[in-house]
Ligand binder design. Structure first.
Ligand code: AHR
Length: 519
């Protein structure tokens, strides 16, 4: 997406006073190029991540077959249905930091006999291993999504990793395949994505990129393709900004990897110790989050340029396999459980992230928001038998139209959103055209107090009917609670005018909107 802010134009064209004042007074302008379809937006960009952390797996997804909470084979029915409604394309498991201390053989066989372990990263709680390989892969089958398994490099052996892949995917006779059969699963599962470690620069072993590169090559060698299952091998990438890690791993491993995992978390002005409240914040914090989220575009640009050096043909995908907002935990909850609320502010941030991923879909082929239920920027929060959908969930639901569609190039000229002495573009967009010819445009209005009029023209496309949906609320801090689960939910966007094929729409302040345009 090319964004030009009007004040930026003002500086360049200051001498063309009449032209500039006309621009400043008028609506924002969006030009889409439907005549030249770009690459397909990988559905996996709309992926998810579920770790053995706090109440994500236990309570959030898995309640067990004997629970009074309605479930299918132990998985909550309400959560299952909510995730299906997102067309969830891929689910990453079992971590996160947990992945590098997880020993998969403890999570198979009779649940009564599975040994327990201490989850040292997340609250030092006892992990029962009740949810293991079978439960996860069966869940993926129920969801109809791809499985992304993260392997243990930090504290696991090469043999353990090789055995795991054989156990899950080998159709013939072998110790591991026979063990799987003895545990009740005759046919192998399909496992498309396999991560060779997680954050191995930190919780996954505190390694240098040189040392990790050697380990990557060693472990990846034994991650085999069995029985027609073709595994996409994912190397650990940096967390946030560490271009040296990307450079070294790409240089050393590019010929043996299919994807590089990047993690990117955002917050406002807070720091690692005090990240700020999820629900109690002012406009300074709102602005700061928007600005920090926009920065991911620059990070992906830089990472892509490094990847281009070693992979000019863009064979290797950039998987942003952990991303999202990270706030202080909700007061009174276990600090190791990372349970946070989710406001309209999180939803607008998610809309920007997803627009950025769409716009970089030549390189970004997966995204996994952290995390699915009850942890960080969740889709879903649960409390006993109750479940609510967060504003971020609604963004994923509205944006699912982009999954598998062809990206459209977009040029945007818009006002700035000014705060104190800083400014950022007020609008952020991405657009796509589906295989059945529908153009979808997702638009975030980052300004919490000013609506924006937007003129939209589409080259190579005659605008016929237009409809839209919008997610907004009366305040920046609006969020859904168990008492009021529908405080923030999508509504029809009515301020749409089409005249002689010319489309104008008003995007409410602090909102995420998606337009559906047909010829
Ligand atoms: O998502 C929470 C944690 O954040 C993950 O376990 C880890 O990979 C990252 O640091």
């Amino acid at each position: 997406m090319k964004i030009t802010s009007k004040t930026g134009l003002t500086m360049v064209l200051a001498y063309v006073a009449v032209f500039v004042s006309a621009l400043a007074a008028g609506p924002a302008r969006l030009t889409l190029h439907a005549g030249e379809l770009k690459e397909t937006i990988a559905p996996e960009i709309y992926g998810h991540f579920a770790e053995h952390l706090g109440r994500c797996i236990y309570d959030g997804i898995w309640v067990g077959e004997d629970s009074p909470i309605p479930n299918i084979g132990g998985v909550r029915t309400d959560v299952l249905d909510a995730l299906k409604a997102l067309n969830i394309p891929v689910l990453r498991w079992p971590g996160g930091c947990f992945a590098d201390e997880y020993h998969w053989k403890e999570g198979i066989g009779s649940r009564h006999k599975r040994p327990s372990m201490v989850n040292t990263h997340w609250g030092m709680v006892t992990e029962t291993n009740a949810f293991g390989t079978h439960e996860f892969l069966d869940l993926c089958e129920m969801l109809g999504c791809q499985a992304y398994v993260a392997g243990n490099v930090g504290s696991g052996t090469v043999e353990e990793m090789q055995d795991w892949v054989e156990y899950m995917t080998f159709d013939g006779a072998s110790q591991m395949a026979d063990l799987r059969r003895a545990n009740g699963r005759e046919k192998p599962w399909k496992v498309k994505y396999f991560g060779i470690g997680n954050e191995n620069w930190g919780c996954g072993g505190n390694m240098t990129p040189e040392y990790y590169s050697d380990l990557y090559k060693r472990y990846a060698t034994y991650v085999r393709d069995y029985s027609g299952n073709r595994i996409v091998k994912i190397a650990c990438g940096p967390g946030g900004i560490d271009y040296n890690w990307t450079e070294v791993v790409m240089k050393n491993c590019h010929s043996r990897m299919d994807a590089l995992a990047q993690h990117y978390y955002v917050r406002g002005t807070g720091n690692w110790v005090d990240k700020g409240s999820a629900t109690e914040f002012d406009e300074k914090e709102w602005f700061s989050l928007m600005k920090n989220t926009l920065y991911v575009d620059e990070v992906i640009d830089k990472v892509s340029r490094i990847m281009d050096k070693y992979d000019a043909r863009k064979r290797i995908g950039l998987f942003v396999d952990e991303w999202g907002t990270w706030w202080n935990v909700e007061p009174g909850t276990n600090p190791g459980f990372l349970y946070q609320q989710n406001t309209l502010r999180d939803a607008v941030s998610a809309g920007i992230f997803l627009n950025v991923f769409n716009n970089h879909s030549d390189r970004v082929r997966m995204g996994n928001i952290a995390q699915t239920v009850n942890v960080l920027q969740s889709m879903i929060l649960t409390e006993g038998a109750k479940m609510i959908l967060t504003p971020t969930y609604h963004v994923f639901e509205m944006y699912k139209v982009h999954q598998g569609a062809d990206r459209l190039a977009a040029d945007l000229v818009c006002e700035d959103y000014n705060f104190a002495d800083q400014k950022i573009p007020a609008l952020h967009v991405s657009a796509s055209k589906s295989k059945d010819g529908i153009v979808s445009v997702s638009i975030c209005n980052l300004n919490p107090s000013a609506p924006a009029d937007l003129d939209c023209s589409i080259n190579g496309f005659r605008v016929g009917t237009v409809s839209g949906r919008v997610l907004t609320a009366a305040s920046m801090q609006a969020h859904n609670t168990f008492e009021n689960p529908s405080a923030v939910k999508p509504a029809p966007l009515n301020a749409i005018r089409v005249n002689d094929g010319k489309l104008t729409v008003t995007i409410p302040a602090r909102s995420v909107a998606v337009l559906k345009i047909t010829e």
